[in-house]
Design a binder for this molecule. Structure first.
Ligand code: ZN
Length: 159
């Protein structure tokens, strides 16, 4: 394929890391060792859509299965992955929609039980009653105080 920026023929090769943070709306998501198209002239790196989709799917499972208290951006990421509106997530949790907005903008932090409830709602929305996947939802929590920097995520490229 040709580079969309400079029309040079791109080379296909693995790159050590590729940043998916902006695309996923998270502070730090690093895709490790993906196969990419690299422009030898201007240096543009493009990772194909299927690899990004696979990384997205993997990251959802990683965050669902982790034990830390969810950050605001992770709540938004999980909610969108489950294609739930703020109102729909709020209704399932029995809170006002404004509360979900406050969590997602990190105006207020969530408690450990609320983190678990969000993970369970999202897992159910995504996987239905597939017990093996729902069972991977974190059931204990790191005693990480709220207000710490959002977690950094690293995913090994599947493609
Ligand atoms: Zn180029």
């Amino acid at each position: 394929m040709k580079c969309p920026d400079c029309s040079t023929t791109m080379e296909e090769r693995r790159v050590p890391t590729y940043d998916l943070g902006d695309l996923f709306g998270l502070s730090s998501v690093t895709l490790r060792n993906p196969l990419a198209h690299v422009c030898p002239k201007c240096g543009l790196v493009l990772v194909p859509g299927h690899a990004i989709d696979a990384a997205h799917e993997r990251l959802v499972e990683v965050i669902l299965g982790a034990r830390h208290v969810l950050s605001g951006e992770e709540i938004r990421f999980l909610r969108k992955a489950a294609t739930l509106s703020q109102a729909a997530l709020a209704e399932r949790l029995g809170v006002h929609r404004v509360e979900v907005t406050r969590w997602e903008t990190s105006t207020v932090g969530v408690s450990s039980p609320v983190s678990l409830a969000i993970r369970a709602v999202v897992a159910h929305a995504l996987f239905g009653l597939e017990g093996d996947k729902v069972a991977r939802v974190g059931t204990a929590f790191d005693p990480t105080p709220m207000g710490e920097a959002p977690p950094r995520h690293e995913i090994e490229s599947a493609a």
